[in-house]
Design a binder for this molecule. Structure first.
Ligand SMILES: NC(=O)c1ccc[n+]([C@@H]2O[C@H](COP(=O)([O-])OP(=O)(O)OC[C@H]3O[C@@H](n4cnc5c(N)ncnc54)[C@H](OP(=O)(O)O)[C@@H]3O)[C@@H](O)[C@H]2O)c1
Length: 251
């Protein structure tokens, strides 16, 4: 039986870790990218029958990551896969407040993780699997904040708006090619992870919506990482994946 390849970013914690765990199954080959290795994932992978490789790398240096992915894909046996998927999940917030309160280094790093890395990894994935017979999908994890501006996280809003529009334009390119990849930019809902903790801890002075984020948590309105992962993977498996390039799991 043919294998299914999944390349995922941000798998050390949060929703990315849950997605990776739920993908562990016989016949699945996972390549997981984050700065920190996920030991629990490695242990579960051994028991699951899946093949799971983890690269501990910083996506703020996306050229290195993309070059390594180019070489890795070139060494695979394309004929052994009937599906290949890239999930660009990793993202980074800056400190809460207007951009001029962040250092240039902090802004550049978050911009690279949130937008430059997904773009370069997508390019490497599409290039490396172009000649494969496998069905190919790119799932970019978007956010409601890419579609609605919010004070205090301008850079994050910009990266997520960029993810949406990158996905739209990539989908147009892929539609013109034989066995073009299906592309979706998917908002995953509001999830109980470190990202929400960071927002709730922000200084209200530069962050008028702080109280809303606290109330979402207090009222139990956050989705667990595992439920969010299940919904994202449910969307990824849909037969009409790619029909709507910008989507929301709550649609
Ligand atoms: N949580 C929410 O409510 C929410 C809402 C809408 C959209 N989203 C989106 O959903 C996705 C997952 O979010 P989450 O809440 O699970 O985030 P999270 O808990 O903050 O986890 C972020 C992941 O990204 C990785 N990452 C961050 N900086 C990195 C870097 N420089 N290099 C490599 N990996 C890096 C982290 O791993 P390391 O630290 O080990 O590098 C971690 O695995 C993100 O795209 C986020 O924007 C989340």
């Amino acid at each position: 039986m043919a294998d299914k390849l999944f390349i995922l970013t941000g798998t050390s914690r949060g929703m990315g870790a849950a997605i990776a765990e739920q993908l562990l199954a016989p016949g699945h080959v996972l390549l997981c990218l984050a700065r920190h290795r996920n030991d629990a994932l490695a242990a579960q992978a051994q028991a699951s029958g899946a093949r799971c490789e983890q690269w501990a790398l910083d996506l703020a240096r996306p050229v290195e990551a993309a070059d390594r992915l180019d070489a890795w894909l070139a060494a695979l046996d394309a004929a052994s896969f009937d599906a290949a998927t890239l999930i660009n999940n990793a993202a980074a917030l800056t400190r809460i407040g207007p951009i001029d309160e962040c250092s240039s280094a902090e802004l550049a790093s978050a911009l690279r993780v949130g937008l430059e890395a997904p773009l370069l990894l997508s390019a490497a994935f599409l290039r490396g699997t172009r000649a494969w017979g496998a069905g190919r999908r790119v799932l970019n994890i978007a956010s409601g904040l890419g579609r609605r501006a919010m004070a205090g996280q301008a850079l994050y809003c910009a990266t997520k708006a960029g993810i949406d529009h990158l996905s739209r334009a990539m989908a147009l390119d892929e539609a013109m090619r034989p066995n073009g990849a299906k592309i979706v930019s998917l908002a995953p809902g509001v999830i109980d992870t470190d990202m929400q903790r960071h927002l709730r801890a922000g200084d209200a002075a530069g962050f008028p919506e702080k109280a809303n984020f606290i109330s979402l948590k207090e009222q139990g309105q956050l989705t667990s990482a595992s439920d969010a992962a299940a919904r994202v993977l449910g969307y990824l498996a849909r037969a009409d994946f790619g029909a709507n390039v910008t989507a929301d799991v709550r649609d």
